[in-house]
Design a protein. Sequence first.
Length: 211
Amino acid sequence: MKKILLIGDSIRGGYDKYVKLSFDGVAQVYYPSENCRFTTYIIRNIFEWKNDICCGDDVDLVHWNAGLWDDLIVLDGKHHVSIDVYKENIERICNLIKILFPKAKMIFATSTPVQEELFVDYKRYNKDTEEYNAAAIDIIKKYGGEINDLYGLLKDAPKEYHSDRTHFYTKEATEIITNQVVKHIEKSLDIKGKKLDYQALFSEKDDIVGL
């Protein structure tokens, strides 16, 4: 049975359990119980997550994302993680994935758009997210990874698909996001997930830590 590891911030938190359900009986889907937050946090914790969730080093695919915590503008007017450090961190994570999961294929999911007008003290702008996404894509491709463009998927989504200023935890958005993640995994690993009944499964909103 294939092994799939999902790493990411609260974007991942909106689809991980549904991806696991889709591949139930087909593949083992693992993910940390916590929000993986920003790139430096992933660098520090990825080894512990591997041990804590007991996925081993024979993972077949790592699907991951990081960016919205990094491009957040904090109270001093600067990004939480500068674009230059972000690029370095993305490269380090690619190398860590190769070290920890040597046989794994890699898919990177772009960060999703936000309702930037709703941010007050902390700021987040879609133009920054686009810049950080583009920087990550260049590096991921250099390491032979695939891109799951969640930003492009949701760029023109109706406002009603948003559950708050950052997230897409509505049933409609969760379904299209999960379906795209599943589709990319299916293609990469040549497996087939099951279709889910979102009307029956979906709860209005999970309490997931994130800005």
